[in-house]
Design a protein around this ligand. Sequence first.
Ligand code: SF4
Ligand code: SF4
Length: 95
Amino acid sequence: MENFRYIDDIATLSLDKKACIGCGMCATVCPHQIFEIQEKKANIMDFDACMECGACAQNCPTGAISVTPGVGCASYIIANWLYRLTKKKVNSVCC
Ligand code: SF4
Ligand code: SF4
């Protein structure tokens, strides 16, 4: 999914490692392979590839993950279109 990236440094994804029990659900459900489990804890491996779909937070049994789903998918698609047309990075496509 190298070509399917969100805008850098703006994803709302956060992980509370203290609350993580290492069950691996986040790594299983994430469509962008953001998480890896290392030493029984989840790690965010590629923060900027998060498209804020919310699947990880919805499936985390301990509430260790926080993400604000919403404009992420649509914003990402629009930003990608604009990038392909202009070859310039778009910082925000929200209204
Ligand atoms: S789903 Fe939650 S508890 Fe399970 S590994 Fe991921 S962050 Fe940790
Ligand atoms: S919000 Fe979606 S894309 Fe982002 S880390 Fe969670 S499951 Fe992966």
